[in-house]
Design a protein around this ligand. Structure first.
Ligand code: AMP
Ligand code: MG
Length: 334
């Protein structure tokens, strides 16, 4: 049976909370992307998340909470830096990796001694977690490897016959995943850039390291998998300055080969591409992040066989956009 897309009434939130208590999985909106949630303390329900998503078992889940005391129950110790960051960014798009308490199942953390925790700010998410009465382990509600879902429709398109309910909260406000910060070691380390910028974090706790996402053993297990990829080959213009010329040349070449190319660009840059096909990404980089996954999915839906994404500067949310595009393009850098 196909998933029911539910409006987020109190009654429907209660229905989804009951499903979680019964050991089921449900999709729900957060301000970053849609999540696929289950009771963190129910190992069979956690198995179901991995099965539904096709997620490798060695990629741990973020545990979503609705209150600070739930974080205390999930960890051994709360470093001062965690408390300072929680005061500033919780609820919000920051995930903290902390030493885990014994009762957090190994399946959630992929056998690691640490657990990733986040308190989302989306009201529907908070109500669902609170009603469930347990922390909710939730990766993004897409099939592993595809662009993350930022609308109920995206979730339905990936998981329609695999889950009973999708709570519909409209489009995700931020549209890109949370920042993952590891506070379990000596030095704070950003494992995944996200909506909370490196500059924001440094402003609260001082110096942080940024994990290299490429060679060697990945610091965050999820970093070694290809992610967020549309079906069509994606090309990313990493050079922010003077990129339009190389994008136009690449587009024209793809057009000559019958690839029906399209360019993802800032709305203000559209005129620079003349008559070439574009998907406007808004007027600022927050808008670019907000539209990114929907644009990749719509380029596929419109049967473009070459997708070209404009580069962005690496400050603020730009660092997270670059990270996602580099992972999605599989090495196709212009
Ligand atoms: P997703 O659920 O798809 O947003 O991915 C969650 C990200 O957090 C992945 O990159 C995971 O590898 C990472 N993550 C979750 N738990 C941990 C942990 N305990 N230590 C390091 N990274 C983690
Ligand atoms: Mg994901």
């Amino acid at each position: 049976m196909n998933a029911k897309i539910l409006k987020p009434s109190a009654q429907n939130i209660a229905l989804c909370a009951e499903e979680i208590q019964k050991g089921g999985v449900v999709a729900f909106p957060t301000e970053t992307v849609y999540g696929l949630g289950a009771n963190v303390y129910d190992p069979l329900a956690i198995d179901r998340i991995f099965e539904v998503k096709g997620r490798p078992a060695d990629n741990p889940l973020i545990v979503h909470v609705s209150s600070f005391w739930q974080i205390k129950n999930l960890t051994h110790s709360l470093p001062e830096k965690a408390v300072a960051l929680a005061e500033k960014f919780m609820p919000g798009a920051l995930t903290l990796v902390l030493n885990k308490a014994e009762n957090v199942p190994d399946k959630v953390t992929a056998g690691l001694s640490t657990v990733a925790v986040r308190m989302p700010s989306n009201k529907i998410a908070l109500q669902l977690i609170e009603k469930s009465g347990v922390p909710v382990a939730a990766p993004s509600a897409n099939r592993s490897g595809t662009p993350s879902p930022t609308s109920a429709k995206h979730v339905f398109s990936d998981l329609k016959n695999k889950i009973p309910y999708i709570l519909n909260g409209g489009q995700c406000r931020i549209g890109i995943e949370s920042t993952v910060l590891d506070l379990s070691g000596e030095k704070p380390l950003i494992l995944r850039t996200g909506a909370v910028s490196c500059e924001d974090i440094v402003g609260v706790i001082g110096a942080v390291g940024v994990a290299a996402g490429s060679s060697g053993a990945p610091a965050s297990p999820g970093m070694k998998y290809r992610h967020y990829a549309p079906k069509a080959p994606l090309y990313f213009s990493a050079y922010y300055n003077a990129m339009q010329q190389s994008i136009c040349a690449f587009y024209d070449d793809a057009q000559a080969q019958g690839k029906n190319p399209v360019i993802l660009c800032l709305t203000t840059n559209q005129p620079l591409y003349g008559a070439r096909q574009t998907i406007p990404m808004g007027d600022c980089f927050n808008a670019y992040a907000h539209k990114l996954y929907a644009a990749l999915r719509s380029a596929d839906a419109q049967k473009h066989q070459t997708i070209i994404a404009e580069g962005v500067p690496s400050e603020g949310v730009g660092a997270a956009i670059i990270d996602r595009l580099i992972k999605a393009c599989g090495g196709n850098i212009l």
